[in-house]
Design a protein around this ligand. Structure first.
Ligand code: ATP
Ligand code: MG
Length: 398
């Protein structure tokens, strides 16, 4: 660290439980953090003593750095800190200075010091360190009082071998596992609330995601398409660069509408989405499909409908939202920042040819019978061949 840098202590969540594989997961996490923090100057990310330390140029607001670090999956919490020599006089002075800032900025009136001595060879024990530093702060900061029960500010002093860290905040990350440690999946990305959350949840468990979107142009507009690209970009803040494949489903919908029972339209379309999804996934090296389905949410997500949809593909289909209520999914969408875009009122391909009373308990045999009336293989081949690929990168549009 040099004088012009701020330091951030980054704690791993589940990664810390990984036993022999821990170094691999930590390496992946550090690599991801370095990538995300490239937008800042003078950044270093290092692993030391079971923690990850991020240094960044002091000209950047600590909140901006913290926000970026929190998007690294695997991070449990982040503490913007002050780094000092492991010497009680130096720590005392730094702690007093730290508290000055907290008093002036946040009107802190009471505090308590909590000390931890990771370096057991240090001659003073933790409770004594806390007492000594507390006394130094009191001496330097008039008007400040100690409150051991409900302090305005709980000041942590983390004394390590070479350096000591002073901080009072632990900002939660999303947890999970570092991106790239758990295969690759293709998310069927609509413009709705659910599928971006589903993609986020799989990526949070370490899966790299690419996306596939269906539209029904000209029944669906370019604005609907822009909205999906915007959602993809918002996801890329967490998932990194990925491929968005875009396919017009209208030729399939038209043939289904012409030749099959109207009330089966939705389930038939869903099976085509799965079959096309499987083909695109295989082509680009994704081993799984991901959808935003949630049990019982709509007619196409009843137990019977999901069974019939699932039978369309041999590929594993991940449905991370299956047991969540809509309100919980909406909360998650707000938390990750996709909600406002998702609720923009543009039409979706599923609303084109929407049956008045869709079947809620489809039987596979009946559905297969209906499917035999269309030229499924050819339609799928043509759809896959017509896919457009957009490379999605994190960051503002442009
Ligand atoms: P969402 O909020 O994701 O749109 P939904 O409640 O509208 O979900 P459905 O329309 O039944 O539910 O879709 C279920 C899932 O099917 C979606 O979560 C998504 O994974 C996939 N899907 C639906 N429409 C599309 C589309 N136009 N393109 C790609 N995938 C889609
Ligand atoms: Mg939808």
């Amino acid at each position: 660290m040099n004088e012009n840098q701020n330091v951030f202590i980054v704690r791993c969540g589940e990664v810390a439980l990984k036993g022999l594989n821990k170094p691999y997961f930590e390496r992946m996490l550090v690599e991801r953090a370095r990538k995300l923090l490239r937008i800042f100057d003078n950044v270093q990310v290092t692993r030391r003593e079971g923690l990850i330390f991020v240094y960044a140029d002091a000209k950047h607001p600590p909140e901006a750095i913290t926000r970026e670090i929190s998007k690294v999956f695997g991070v449990a919490s982040i503490s913007p800190a002050v780094e000092t020599e492991s010497d009680l006089d130096v720590i005392g002075a730094a702690a007093a200075e730290y508290m000055r800032g907290r008093m002036e900025r946040d009107g802190v009136k009471t505090f308590k010091v909590e000390a931890k001595r990771a370096d057991k060879s240090f001659p003073v024990q933790s409770p004594d360190i806390a007492r000594i530093i507390g006394a130094e702060v009191l001496k330097a900061r008039e008007g400040l009082k100690v409150d051991v029960h409900e302090p305005d500010c709980l000041l942590f002093v983390d004394l390590r071998k070479d350096k000591t860290y002073i901080y009072d905040q632990k900002i939660a990350g999303f947890g999970g596992l570092p991106l790239g440690t758990n295969g690759r999946g293709l998310v069927l990305l609509s413009g709705g609330i659910d599928s971006p959350v589903a993609a986020f949840m799989m990526a949070k468990r370490g899966m790299r995601v690419d996306a596939l979107h269906f539209h029904s142009y000209p029944y669906t507009s370019n604005r609907a398409r822009d909205k999906v690209e915007e959602l993809a970009r918002l996801l890329a803040a967490y998932c990194g660069r990925f491929e968005l494949h875009v396919i017009n489903l209208l030729p399939i919908q038209e043939q289904l509408a012409e030749r099959c029972p109207e009330d089966e339209m939705t389930i038939l379309v869903r099976r085509f989405m799965m079959r096309i999804g499987e083909r695109v996934a295989e082509k680009i090296g994704c081993g799984m499909l991901i959808t935003g389905e949630s049990l019982g949410q709509v007619a196409s997500q009843t137990a019977e409908s999901l069974t019939v949809t699932d039978a369309a593909t041999k590929m594993p289909v991940m449905r991370p939202l299956i047991g969540l209520d809509k309100v919980d999914i909406m909360d998650k969408a707000r938390e990750i920042g996709t909600y406002e875009t998702s609720i923009l009122p543009y039409e979706d391909c599923c609303t084109v040819f929407l049956p008045k009373r869709p079947v809620t308990k489809p039987k596979l045999a009946r559905i297969l019978e209906s499917e035999s009336k269309v030229d499924a293989e050819r339609l799928i081949d043509e759809a896959v061949a017509s896919a457009e690929t957009v490379i999605i990168r994190p960051g503002p549009r442009g």
